[in-house]
Design a protein around this ligand. Sequence first.
Ligand code: 9MR
Length: 356
Amino acid sequence: MSLPGSLYGLSRRSLLGSALALGACQPAAQSQTPTVSLPPLKSIAPFPVGTAVQAVHLTDPSLARLIVAQASQLTPEWEMKMEYIVRDDGTFRFEAPDAIAAFARANGLGLFGHTLVWYAQTSPAFERLDEGRVSFAQAYRNYIHAVVGRYRGQAVGWDVVNEAVAEDGEGWRDSLWSQRLGAFEHMVLAFQNAREADPSARLFLNDYNLEWIPKKRATFLRLVERLLAAGAPIDGVGTQTHVAADQAPGEIARTIAELGQFGLQVHVSEFDVSLSRAQGLRLNRAELERQQAALYAEAAEAFMALPPRQRFAFSFWGLRDSESWLKREDGRDTPLPFDDQGRPKAAAAAWAAQVG
Ligand code: 9MR
C-alpha cells in the first residue's frame, strides 16, 4: 500500500479511498441573543478575516455559505495538527486538511496552517524514536517538510510554534520537543524547517492569555526578540485572544500594540469572548453581552491601529456559536460573532464599526 509519507521519510502519494476522520459536530441550540443586520465582515475589513473550520463544517451547506460570505481565510481547527496527521505507526494522513484546502481553493479563500509544533501534541511514533538527536531531528524535519510542503504555494502562513510560553509566564514549556532537541533550539529548527519547506508562507509564533497574564506577555515578547536575534525566520506573532467577558478593558489593546513593536506581522489568531468563563463578574446575560461587544470593539480598534502592512489577519475561532469549542464546556456559552442560525450579533456589529 502506498503511504502519504511518514516520520521516516517522505512520499507525496496519497491514500485513496480512506475514510475522512471528522470532528465532533455540536448539536444546534437556540440562542436568544439579539441579532443585527450587517454587511459581510470581509467586505468591511481592510485586512483578511479568518475563521477556524473543521472539514465536517464544510459539508453543512448553510455553514459553508456563511464561511464563504464572511471569511477570507481558513484555519483548520484541529485537522492540521499532529493528532490528526500522524498515525500511531508514524505514517501520515491528510484527507481532512486536504478537504479544507480544496474548499479554500474552490472558493478563493486563504489557508492558514495550524499548527506544527505544540507542546500539547506529540505522537507515539515520535515518543518511540530513540534518544539520538540526529534521528529525532530528522523525523522532526520530515514531519514539518511533509506537512508544510503539501500546502506549499497555497498556505498563506503557519503557526510554526504554538503556546511555547509556560502557563504562568515563568519561562518556556517543557515538552517532548524541548527535551529531545533543546528548549530554544527546537523552536529555531522548526522555523528553519518550515521556511525551507515553503519559502513564501509567513511563519508565526502563536500564544494565548497574553492579555490576561502580563508576565506571560513579557516572556512571549522576549522569546520573539531571542528568535529574531538567533536569525530564526519568523515573520509574525499570533495572539490567540481567547478571552472571557470579564477581561479587564485595555489589555487586549495593549497586547496587540506591544506585539506590533517588532514590525512583524500580527495575527489575532483565535478570537472569541466567552460569557460562561466570566466568573469574576456577577452580571446578567445582557450585561455580559455588552461587555462582550466592548471587547470585540477593543480588539478591532487595536488591530486597526497597527500599520496596514502589519495586519496579517483577524481570525475568529469559528463563526457561529453552535460550532464553538467553548460550547463543549458550557452549552449556554455564546462567544462568536454569529448566533446558532448564522445571524450577526451585537458583538459582530461592534467589531465591524471599528474596522469599516
Ligand atoms: O478548538 C480546538 C478543538 O476543537 C480541538 O479539539 C483542540 C485540540 O486540538 O484544539 C482546539 O483549538 C485550540 C487551538 O488549537 C490552540 N489554542 C486553543 C484552542 C482552543 O482550545
